[in-house]
Design a protein around this ligand. Structure first.
Ligand code: ADP
Length: 395
């Protein structure tokens, strides 16, 4: 009865899914929120639609994991913790070190911690959670799965910024990208659906969730991606700016009377994007709803969102000198047929044509028309399954 965890730790949260392997059946999933903030919420779903939620102060990730283990046993989800033979941890920043998923050792945890300067909100929490699991499930195989690994195949021409080159050499200041697990998962699935080896395909994957990124996958390898040194770059997101001119930083700090540059970056990360433009919400459903009721700024937010995705699709057709497949995935990409239409309809010049009826879906499907030169797919992503598979692969 091998069970494997997929763990996704943030600075104040811990998301988990427990799989029965190799069947890949989800036997429990849930979330601990507001860790270290007070009034923390622990919620879990398991069995046949059974749910449990409780609120108590959870001071740190160690306590969150303890509570999780208690509840797994109390609800009979596992009889013995020894049944959990694998744990996969999502790690946001792997820098240039981690080109693929890696079995966790003390040295790996230390390096993940050191890479915190590339992801200050995530890596420290991820390192801490790995230590807790290492202590409590010492017999399980633990694997770190990095958001950045898939993009380590990018050529220098796409990851080196037009800055003094020493900044790359001395400080590894370069493009790393993110969402690699998702881009890789849907690109491989697309190749399966097309029925051709991925090595023969040029694929553009559009991961459109709260965070969003576009990747050019040439022959199965990421050759360019829209996020940058951090996830702030690229397309317009729920609350992130995407690409902007850095000269806005001193200009806006002066106008807003802000002294600390981190406060400005915080506004770019948390108050911008769909939320900032629309003034309504960071959530695409709310923005679409408001636009439908005639809110002009919400409509502008939708138009800007589509426009930025279109520009990256255009760029990546140029980067790969062609495209065979375009994939939409994640919350918005999978569920919003209107967003997909808003993106693809004005760029028919590339020969990628949606079929209106096929596009009216939220499931895995071919959504391009029969006369389209480019195949367009809707493919639900599943980063958790991808993480659990990596654990099995490295066991
Ligand atoms: P995260 O990056 O947090 O994992 P998700 O991939 O879950 O985010 O995506 C969340 C986004 O998906 C939100 O903007 C949400 O509004 C959007 N979304 C989910 N369902 C729909 C839907 N039916 N129509 C439009 N947008 C949707």
């Amino acid at each position: 009865m091998a069970k494997t965890f997929a763990i996704n730790a943030g600075s104040s949260s811990l998301k988990f899914q427990l799989f029965q392997m190799p069947e890949e059946e989800v036997i429990a999933k849930g979330l601990v929120e507001r860790i270290g903030i007070g009034n923390s919420i622990f919620s879990i779903e398991y069995g046949d639609d059974q749910e449990f939620e409780m609120t108590e102060d959870i001071d740190d990730h160690g306590r969150a994991v303890e509570l999780l283990f208690d509840k797994l046993q109390e609800f009979g989800i596992v009889d013995d913790l020894e049944e959990i033979t694998g744990v996969g941890h999502r790690v946001v920043a792997g820098g240039e070190d981690f080109k693929e998923s890696t079995v966790v050792t003390d040295a790996v945890i230390e390096r993940v911690d050191e890479l915190s300067e590339f992801a200050p909100l995530h890596n420290p929490a991820e390192a801490q959670v790995m230590r807790v699991f290492q202590e409590k499930l010492s017999n399980a195989t633990m694997v770190a799965v990095f958001d950045t690994s898939f993009h380590t195949t990018m050529p220098a021409v796409n990851y080196v910024y037009s800055l003094p080159y020493e900044y790359y050499e001395d400080f590894q200041a370069r493009k790393y990208g993110a969402h690699g697990t998702s881009h890789q998962f849907v690109a491989n699935r697309a190749a399966e659906l097309v029925g051709k080896p991925i090595e023969e395909l040029k694929i553009i994957t559009c991961h459109l969730g709260n965070g969003g990124s576009i990747t050019a996958v040439d022959g199965g390898k990421s050759v360019d991606t829209s996020m940058g040194f951090t996830p702030l770059a690229g397309i317009t997101m729920g609350t992130r700016t995407g690409d902007i001119d850095p000269s806005l930083i001193p200009f806006l700090m002066d106008k807003l009377g802000i002294d600390d540059v981190n406060e400005m970056i915080n506004i770019f990360n948390k108050k911008s994007g769909l939320l900032g433009i629309s003034g309504v919400s960071s959530d695409m459903r709310d923005v679409e709803g408001a636009a439908g009721e005639g809110n002009e700024r919400a409509q502008l937010a939708l138009d800007i969102f589509a426009n930025r995705v279109q520009k990256y699709i255009g760029q990546y057709i140029a980067v790969m000198n062609g495209v065979d497949v375009i994939v939409f995935t994640a919350g918005i990409g999978e569920n919003s047929s209107t967003t997909r239409h808003r993106i693809m309809d004005p760029i028919s010049v590339f020969g990628a044509l949606l079929d209106p009826e096929r596009n009216d879906t939220r499931k895995e499907a071919l959504i391009s028309s029969d006369d389209s030169d480019v195949l367009i797919y809707n493919i639900p992503t599943n980063e958790e399954v991808a993480i659990a598979r990596e654990v099995e692969r490295l066991k």
